[in-house]
Design a binder for this molecule. Sequence first.
Ligand code: IMP
Ligand code: MG
Length: 190
Amino acid sequence: MSNTAPGSDLPILLDAAKVKARIVELAAAISRDYQGRTPHLVGVLKGAWVFMADLVRQISVSCTVDFLSIQSYGAGTVSSGEVKITKDLDLSIEGRHVLVVEDILDTGRTFSYLKEVLGAHDPASLKLVALLDKRSRRVIPVAADYVGFEIPDVFVVGYGLDFDQKYRNLTDVRYIPSPGVLPFLDTPAA
Ligand code: IMP
Ligand code: MG
């Protein structure tokens, strides 16, 4: 059910039921592929936390979780081009089958950076599941191993994704048709 939080008047790209159904499929594929192994899911904060919470509860093999935090965007809709880790992993990934969980794959900068940084810690394998994929925006040629939905080049919010730290609590994935004209751009994040 949709809530009435600020932003719930934005147009819907993917409603909650559609997202939920796709996550069941993704989790089935992951459970099949990792049969007999214990994948280590690494969620990229903050955008992926809602997706990860739903995904992990549909996975039927034993798994472990950890989180890291990445900063790749300023308070806007355009990538700064810079990526840095602002919260590191708690658990060792050496010898683990790591599955990075991302909300959205956009330019590919974040994942290509993570591949390099996490890959240096000798995981047994390193894969990516992204709920959304804006393939047309790719700057660095990386691909997700599991993709929920390929979406057009629009700025999306809700279901964990933010604009200026807001709208993460919307239940559906919505999009901002034209950020320049919306009044909330002048409102500082609370
Ligand atoms: P990349 O490094 O350009 O691939 O960007 C990945 C990150 O940018 C995602 O994990 C999001 O945090 C953020 N991002 C990219 N596009 C959107 C969007 O449309 N809405 C909200 N966040 C986005
Ligand atoms: Mg993110």
